[in-house]
Design a protein around this ligand. Structure first.
Ligand code: BG6
Length: 477
């Protein structure tokens, strides 16, 4: 039996702010990612009461400023992706290359020209570009002066930007996503919404209001894109973390149900079903959130312009234990949780769980009935160059193999899965820590956490492995 459809979009994923570098080149403005300090303390610093988005190079490093220099080396990088046989390349457009502060009337042509060249390079190799319109990199100006997405004016500013890029590339790019990990708003509002404690990120009322603005903005872009070309496929993008109650205690199960609704369900309901879910009122009550401010046609827009597919990132599962407050804890990209005794953890404490992916895919597909696209998955690990000058990343191969096996099972379950673009197909700057040493790639980049290195590219063992996976359409793992 064939495991994967013939048109399956095997590929890889990156984001502009984590790989391009060239942070002020060709008219680019500063983005929120440019103001994120590097190092394990990144989130601690950004979540501090006094964080105000100022860039202070005397006390911090800013690894996103240089990234992996993909801005200048995209041709070399895409050639390597082509060598692996990629059918798709998911990348983001940096909003600030097109509208440096977000407020300009006319777009920056140099920014558009750059992405035109990136897209053309993909197409030359028959690689389908998959574009994230906003991936944790909104203009810094909008975060500082508008307080991020809590300000309703962001809707029109975002739609203006999205319209420019969609109109420009509609004849070359079919697959788009409006916001990366939209559900991250509740957990890391700095990245998702451009809001920090000093501008209200600890206020859930403002957070949900900001999220509502993104829902409306996304629906407007879906509408617009379909008017431009009804063949375009516009997706949402959510973090999916399969959840388990620690045991069969009903209290743990109900806690898991509620957590799943908040994390995995809420945004999907709005963007894929076109409705705030039935549990919204209960959830708002829990957080002391009053009814949101809405314009007259907001709910109609959301209702009538749902997404064409659901893009998801999947790295881990979580466990909740409300019975035993002393249960051992682990870290996570969304929320940490109790330790699952049956699962391994990554070097960064994320609980890896391939079977959880099959559960998640089934859950998402049966609930929302939209095609699914795994646009992020992977293992952040420390890679070591061994004496033979190579990187033998068997651990990464094992991780990916197990997840691909579960994808095949999910397809056999009846899930409509469009493609798979593992995260950081080339090593890049970590979003949560700003480290280079947290590597996901099939391709190693010679740059360390202090920014030293040649930036040269080198194939890891996983490069040849993934090449074979794609060449056999997932038959040989
Ligand atoms: C996702 C983000 O949450 O996880 C990416 O969309 C991010 O931007 C990825 O890089 C992995 O997280 P991290 O913190 O290991 O880079």
């Amino acid at each position: 039996m064939v495991k994967f459809p013939t048109n399956f979009l095997w590929g890889g994923a990156t984001a502009a702010n984590q790989c391009e570098g060239a942070h002020l080149e060709d008219g680019k403005g500063l983005s929120i990612a440019d103001a994120m300090p590097g190092g394990k303390e990144r989130f601690k610093k950004v979540f501090a009461e006094d964080f105000d988005w100022s860039i202070d190079a005397s006390t911090n490093t800013y690894p996103n400023h240089t990234g992996i220099d993909h801005y200048h080396r995209y041709e070399e990088d895409i050639a390597l992706f082509a060598e692996m046989g990629f059918k798709s390349y998911r990348f983001s457009i940096a909003w600030t290359r097109i509208f440096p502060t977000g407020l300009e009337e006319t777009p920056n042509e140099l920014g558009l020209t750059h992405y035109e060249k990136v897209i053309e390079t993909c197409l030359k190799y028959n690689i389908e570009p998959v574009i994230t319109i906003s991936h944790y990199e909104m203009p810094l100006h909008l975060a500082k002066e508008f307080g991020g997405w809590q300000d309703r004016r962001l809707i029109d500013l975002y739609v203006k930007y999205a319209e420019v890029v969609i109109r420009r590339f509609a004849d070359k790019v079919k697959y788009w996503m409006t916001f990366n990990e939209i559900n991250g708003a509740l957990h890391f509002p700095a990245l998702s919404l451009g809001m920090v404690p000093s501008t209200g990120s600890t206020n859930k009322q403002l957070i949900f209001q900001a999220l509502h603005h993104q829902f409306v903005a996304s629906a407007k872009v879906v509408k617009l894109a379909h008017e431009i070309n009804d063949e375009l496929k516009i997706g949402m993008m959510t973090i999916y973390a399969t959840g388990y109650g620690m045991d069969c205690h009903p209290e743990n199960q109900v806690a898991n149900m509620e957590k799943g609704q908040e994390i995995n369900g809420f945004c999907c309901s709005v963007q894929a079903l076109g409705e705030y879910p039935a549990y919204t009122e209960r959830m708002f009550k829990k957080y002391g959130v009053q009814p949101l401010e809405m314009a007259e046609d907001d709910l109609a827009l959301i209702k009538h312009h749902t997404v064409d597919y659901i893009g998801l990132s999947y790295y881990m599962s979580t466990v909740i234990d409300v019975i035993d407050p002393d249960a051992a804890k682990v870290a996570g990209n969304l929320t940490g949780g109790a330790k699952n005794p049956h699962l391994p953890t990554s070097d960064w404490g994320w609980q890896t769980d391939a079977i959880g992916l099959r559960i998640g895919l089934n859950e998402l597909y049966s609930t929302y009935k939209k095609p699914l696209f795994i646009v992020e998955n992977g293992l952040g690990a420390i890679d070591v160059i061994t004496e033979d000058g190579k990187i033998h990343d068997d651990y990464r191969i094992d991780y990916l193999r197990q997840h691909i096996e579960q994808m095949a099972l999910a397809i056999a379950d009846g899930v409509d899965l469009m493609g798979y673009t593992p995260w950081g197909c080339i090593d890049l700057v970590s979003a949560s820590t700003g480290e280079m040493s947290k590597r996901y790639g099939f391709i190693y980049v010679d740059k360390d956490d202090n920014g030293n290195g040649t930036y040269n590219r080198m194939k890891k063992d996983s490069f040849d492995w993934y090449k074979q996976v794609i060449a056999t359409n997932g038959e040989v793992l």
